[in-house]
Design a binder for this molecule. Sequence first.
Ligand code: GLU
Length: 303
Amino acid sequence: MNNLLHNSQINPARWITRFAPSPTGFLHLGHVASALYGWQKAQPDGEWFVRLEDIDIQRCKPAFIPAILEDLEWLGLHSGRPVLRQSANMPAYQATLATLNAMGVLYPCFCTRSDIMRESAAIFSAPHTAPDGSLCYPGTCRHLSDQERQDRISQGLHHVLRLDMGKALQWVHQHTQGGPLTYQDQERGTVVCHPELFGDVVLARKDIPASYHLCVTHDDAAQGVTLVTRGEDLRPATDLHRVLQTLMGWSVPLYSFHPLLCNAEGRRLAKRDGALAVRAMREAGLSAEDVRCKAGFPHIFER
Ligand code: GLU
């Protein structure tokens, strides 16, 4: 990755922000709030653009892509750059994985989900979960010898690539001179990270050859995003992203998290709240201003 942005180049008067939906359904009110939050942060002189995070081929459907882009345009949100699809950027993620592998911080893991559950129960008495709710890996395959790894790979055994968090944090601590790993939150100031709570996360699978964490961190750096705006639900992942940024020597953006919109029952808005899809509201006769207003951003284009 060339043209990396250095922190000294971050210009707080001109934030570069992005909206990075995954095309797993139609754009709904929660997305609109997220898109407008980032858009507003980039005003008046910054840049806001759209990126499509479509690497999960099971969950993402190409048919939603034109619908999402059309709905954004209807809302008055025009991407300041050509829209990057992560599925078209795979060589860049593979190159990142190759670098991490050469640093010795990746290892192949052959465990199935039931292996992990069984092993976790044996070690911890109950399976551990990471701060993002994912299952913590008990580290079984971390202890395999190189020969055992090679043997299993040549037998064609299915495997994923995991980050060896212990080794990764040794690198990180050298870089931070033993101080804590942190990020800057625009609202809260300095936040201390606890990536060790995630354990050895998966960075690549057979069906999804690069994980969300890897791709989002790569692209934010490669695209020069200076202020990452996203929902509070993704805050815990930031600790992990800081590890990847440090290992790869990528620029570190500022972060800003927005609260999640809830439905009438107080639950977080989700795809199943179909009536809150932008196109359903449009078909019901609402104007773009009505929808922006419902998302909590009234009159934002009236300046
Ligand atoms: N693609 C992610 C999602 O739709 C958001 C990207 C991010 O802000 O990290 O939830």
